[in-house]
Write a protein that binds this ligand. Structure first.
Ligand code: DX5
Ligand code: ZN
Length: 224
């Protein structure tokens, strides 16, 4: 396991993951370095296929550019795609550390998680706002993280759906202490405390983080 990947397993602080979806793409490298300097613990890369979600975003080439910009930072790739297995190898080669797939599209999470580990990454499973907590229970024995979506995926800058947090305690109760509960979408200084109270310990933020004049202050507020 690469030392970048040990962050998710060993650092018990609440972690902050800026999502580069709201970065200024004309200055991507600078934005990645400044996000880390402002207190970002890992960087979140949103991959959309225009099918699982009604938008397109970035692919392995952008992930590889993020890797070159921040060689020592953990890269968390969120696959909002219908066929995640197809993208394991390309993102491993692009330098991803953690690869997350949606429970809604995977029938055999154990074998997908095994192929992610075999490619040198750690696996995570994601639940859409309307997907019940139970949908990740089969995957739990195979993944390092579960991520709750706080918005319907596809776009940054949407309003947080507070009811998703009711899934937190049920999932937390089935997790080992080494596993992490992530929350993505609508996370801001205004919603972070409720996320942490529900058991979330990795907070992803795109618009609230990159849109702030003082990003370090946002990182501190998210961490609590
Ligand atoms: C939503 C993406 C999120 C998004 C979050 O489809 O998966 O990671 O970047 O954006 P904000 O933080 O603006 O809600
Ligand atoms: Zn995401």
């Amino acid at each position: 396991m690469h030392r970048r990947q040990e962050l998710l397993r060993t650092d018990r602080r609440v972690l902050v993951a800026p999502s580069v979806l709201s970065a200024d793409f004309t200055r991507l490298g600078e934005e990645c370095r400044s996000a880390v300097a402002a207190g970002g613990d890992l960087l979140h890369v949103d991959v959309m296929d225009g099918h699982f979600v009604p938008n397109l975003s970035m692919g392995p080439a952008i992930c590889a550019a993020v890797r070159r910009a921040v060689p020592n930072t953990c890269i968390d790739v969120h696959l909002m795609v219908t066929d995640p297995a197809h993208f394991v190898r390309p993102f491993a080669e692009a330098g991803a550390d953690h690869l997350q797939f949606h429970a809604e599209v995977v029938r055999d999470p154990g074998s997908l998680a095994a192929s992610i580990r075999a490619a040198g990454m750690t696996p995570g499973v994601v639940l859409n706002p309307d997907t019940p907590a139970e949908a990740c229970f089969d995957a739990l024995a195979h993944v390092d993280t579960v991520m709750l979506m706080g918005v319907h995926p596809g776009y940054s800058g949407q309003s947080f759906i507070p009811s998703v947090l009711s899934k937190g305690p049920a999932i937390r109760a089935r997790m080992t202490p080494a596993q992490r509960l992530m929350i993505d979408g609508g996370v801001s200084p205004a919603t972070a405390a409720a996320c942490r109270d529900a058991g979330c310990d990795v907070l992803i933020s795109a618009s609230a983080f990159f849109g702030a004049a003082d990003r370090a202050a946002v990182a501190r507020a998210l961490r609590g």
